[in-house]
Design a protein around this ligand. Sequence first.
Ligand code: MLT
Length: 258
Amino acid sequence: MRLAYDSAGDGPPVVLLHGFPLDRTIWADQARGLADRYRVVTPDLRGHGGSAAPTGPYPMRDLAADVLETLDAAGVTGPAVVGGLSMGGYVALALAAIAPDRLAGLVLVNSRAGADPDSTRRVREDLAREVERSGSAAAVVEAMAPKLFGAATAEGQPELVREWTDRMGRTPVAGLAGSLRGMADRPDRTADLFRIVVPALVLAGEDDRLIPLEEARRMADALPRGRLEVIPGAGHLAPIENPEATTGALRRFLDSPG
Ligand code: MLT
């Protein structure tokens, strides 16, 4: 499926994939900060933002195929640096598995390689059923929003928290349910990390309540050319909680991938 996307700048392509249940605008600061030297492509994943929301489930590899089709349509047919936040990282790892020749570099932001434990799978299915039953995103927003922002953001940037919580609430029900079921079914890609030989950056939020710092460190260690950077003052949504530090880390990686 072809996705809605923004493209900024000209140069080596960098694709940034948002998390759940967000949209491409989480990368607005990074696109602005990188576009002087790179072509930054930011799609809305299936079921989110301006892209269509068909009935799910949405396997992560189908979301990766959507991204590839969209890149083809945008004229990005060679390797690109692909980065993803959380669910976007699951999609980036699926893309690395199905089309390694399209990967010039990998960036995992507040994300993980492991699969869901059974308890999380059950919670996701319950949430999917509840949003379908109620026709509203409220159950997902209530479950997720409090865990997404770090303490510094919750205290210091309440407007940002309000704005993004409202936006999450506008995600279509089919998009929420399809993504929840797709994430629940995703495979464990931990063993794949050793085979990803392109330069890789793992970005961790200092105060991410969903992905412990140790887990991010293990991922960076498993990636043959991986490095880890910690974004201060950020929880699970580093690109919007601390945009300057996130853009700076991406910039350093892109300018000298190592
Ligand atoms: C996300 O930010 O994309 C979600 O937290 C991913 C997840 O629920 O596993």
